[in-house]
Design a protein around this ligand. Structure first.
Ligand code: BGP
Length: 462
């Protein structure tokens, strides 16, 4: 039996845009807009309009979550729902009422709500008007939105998160074209990375200025800390891994925890002539405002090798001129999703935080297994028998447990996701939930993994 620390968070994570649906929203976010102009990009042309209908069924949904044993749940407040006037940050009463009801419902079911402020869902108007995260004006508007959230909900919500996977905004919107506006612009990508870090620090400063910690509040951020593994011990592969790690992980992890960007990254961006615009005041604010805890989303490792192209190749700046993805022969795959399964990485993350980041309190904020056409595994009673998901969770928990035994300060494990939800341009292709959602009827049914998770939470281990 593997027993986890006392008061361990056994939970799950979702987000506003992926669960609520667009009902009664005041504004469109980047994805709403993208779907409006290019629906064909989305798997089966399914957009965010309905998502998993949480806006209408939050009571029933939260009751189902309770039945899967969750003691904590992360979702996000949609900027595009809470705020009526994006310039003045005047709130929309309908949005306020909705989030109040949701919070109260979580609390009445004894589920701890963890609220995130940004999950790829910038209001698209702020992109069209100001260039979105390229602009420091938008950083300040985001702080104003956060301030409203703390003032309205900080009496009941005690755990806050500034961003979910900010690196995905950088990669998806500015480099690799998997999020609208699908730009390929390394220089802008670098500025956006900086501005997202600045936004996180400014929001934390506001949180503290408002006295939230005195009222028992904590604030952190959620990063997709995909560890980098070099293809070999050869110096060139090691060098590729060093730079990939700097760009993909340390660019957010270091300022979040240490309040400073890694010197090696600054040197590299300076040498390449793409370093961001920053001021001494901003850097001082980042230095002073570090996280209370960190959430780590982990799905798959990042294996890299030295790039095939020569170092003096010509063209626009992209970080991946320094490394290529390495397809390791014999790797174990979740073939449906196309991601490698490598549970030991959770242990490596635990030890990295323990040894290199002051053993800060952290939790696994997302981990999970996306599977397509899960109806394949349905029994005659209509329940999905997802033993593969149970095994996947167990394997990751075994490694997490080892990390904790060796002193890593991990306080929880959140699965992605409680109820099958809408996943951006993949829409409903990959299902991750403990609870299945028939998107045609919105009928929700607990999977075998949901029952198993309840026992896991009750026993505080397995
Ligand atoms: C994470 C995101 C989630 C979720 C998940 C599943 O990176 O934080 O929002 O979408 O990935 O992704 P996919 O649907 O691509 O399998």
């Amino acid at each position: 039996m593997l027993t986890f620390p006392k008061d361990f968070w056994w939970g799950a994570a979702t987000s506003g845009p992926q669960s609520e649906g667009r009902f009664q929203k005041k504004h469109a976010n980047m994805f709403d807009h993208w779907y409006d102009i290019e629906p064909e990009v989305f798997y089966d042309r399914v957009g965010p309009d309905m998502a998993s209908n949480f806006y209408n069924s939050y009571r029933e949904d939260i009751a189902l979550m309770k039945q899967t044993g969750l003691n904590s749940l992360r979702t996000s407040i949609q900027w595009t729902r809470l705020i009526k006037d994006l310039e003045t940050n005047e709130v929309d009463p309908v949005g306020v009422a909705f989030y109040n009801n949701v919070i109260d419902e979580f609390l009445s079911q004894n589920i701890r709500p963890i609220f995130n402020l940004h999950h790829f869902d910038l209001p698209v108007e702020l992109y069209h008007k100001y260039g979105g995260w390229e602009s420091k004006k938008v950083v300040d508007l985001f702080v104003g939105f956060a301030e409203q959230c703390f003032a309205l909900f900080g009496d009941r919500v005690k755990d806050w998160v500034t961003h979910n996977e900010p690196m995905v905004v950088v990669d998806g919107e500015y480099l690799f074209q998997f999020h609208y506006p699908k730009l390929v612009d390394g220089k802008k990508a670098v500025q956006v990375a900086y501005n997202l870090n600045l936004a996180s620090a400014k929001v934390m400063a506001k949180f503290r200025e408002m006295g939230q910690p005195q009222a028992g509040g904590r604030i952190g951020t959620v990063l997709n800390l995909t560890p980098t593994y070099a293809a070999s011990d050869a110096e060139a592969d090691q060098e590729a891994a060093r730079i990939a790690e700097l760009w993909n992980n340390k660019m957010f992890l270091d300022p979040a925890i240490k309040g400073e960007f890694p010197v090696e990254l600054l040197e590299l961006l300076t040498k390449d002539g793409v370093l961001w615009q920053s001021t001494a005041d901003e850097l001082a604010l980042i230095k002073e405002n570090t996280v209370d805890f960190i959430g780590v989303n982990f799905y798959h490792p990042n294996r890299v090798k030295t790039p095939d192209i020569a170092p003096n190749s010509v063209g626009a700046w992209m970080p991946d001129r320094y490394y290529d993805a390495y397809q390791m022969p014999g790797r174990r795959m979740n073939i449906d999703k196309g991601w490698e399964i490598y549970p030991k990485a959770v242990y490596d993350i635990a030890i990295n935080i323990r040894d290199n980041y002051g053993n800060l309190p952290w939790f696994v904020s997302e981990n999970g297994m996306g599977v397509s056409r899960e109806e394949r595994f349905m029994d005659e009673k209509g329940q999905i028998l997802d033993d593969y998901r149970i095994e996947f969770i167990k394997e990751h928990l075994q490694w997490l447990h080892k990390g904790i035994e060796e002193g890593s300060n991990c306080f929880g494990y959140h699965l992605w996701t409680p109820i099958d939800c809408w996943s951006w341009s993949n829409a409903y292709r990959n299902r991750y939930g403990l609870i299945a959602n028939d998107i045609h009827t919105q009928i929700k049914t607990i999977k075998k993994s949901g029952e198993w998770f309840k026992t896991l939470a009750e026993n505080n281990g397995f």
